[in-house]
Design a protein around this ligand. Sequence first.
Ligand SMILES: *[C@@H]1O[C@H](CO)[C@@H](O)[C@H](O)[C@H]1NC(C)=O
Length: 272
Amino acid sequence: MKILLLAVIFFAYESGARVIEDDCNEIAVHNINHEKEQLLHIRNSPYQLAIDYNTNVLFFSFSNEKGSTLLNSAYLNLKTGEYFVIKDVKGGFANAVDHKTNTVYLGGSNGIYKFNYDTKKSEHLDGTAHNIWQLFYKDNLYYTTYPDENLYLFKDGKYEKVPELSDTRVLLAAIDNNNNIYFSNSSGLYVHKRVKNYDSFLGDYNLNSFASDINGNLYFSTPTDIYYIDGQNIERLASMDNIYGMAIENDGSILIADYENIFRLKPSKKQC
Ligand SMILES: *[C@@H]1O[C@H](CO)[C@@H](O)[C@H](O)[C@H]1NC(C)=O
């Protein structure tokens, strides 16, 4: 089911793609040319990227075999290049990191796991057996579920629906530094302002990921663009084809996954 929905999300808008990529294959970010530095060639849709800033390891998920429904989480060590497929998470799909306690959470079709770097094993956490669509960590662990599209908070081995959004569909969610909840469903992107307790519509973006940088600033991607969220303002950073997800490194560099690659956007001096 997830694969099917992904296919819909990713390919529905392809025909409308705007491409700023020019002849010499450069990508403009804030009008500065960038080139793609390939980090990993991986078929089958690397998705839901999350960086552990303590270890410099990038977690993501992908569909393991073409046309199969097998989903796995995996990681790529951005320093050493080590690539590892995490096979003990059932239907591994979602990834998030608590940078304070250095805890890596992985979400699968039967709940949430903690990943142990030393043993390379994942431990299922008691308390939830939901089919996890997305994980997001901000002071607490949040997750969304599929197919019911609800947003939950997971704490002390217990889950509860985030009460402010208990009546609305949430497929992807991210919390900003002011505790506002940005979320998307098939109608587009919204923000729930905690102080004023209402949802406001930010646009009919077709989101496939949220990302946060080391300072808690938020970004998101659609199949054709990446954006920075500045309160109520959405700023488009770059456009390209077939985006599946994004992440921001320690130093602010942008990582992007497309259908078969994970790459870094590197400022370039090339004149195009
Ligand atoms: C998405 O969320 C908004 C805001 O809560 C809501 O008005 C809208 O009906 C939701 N869309 C769907 C398809 O449920």
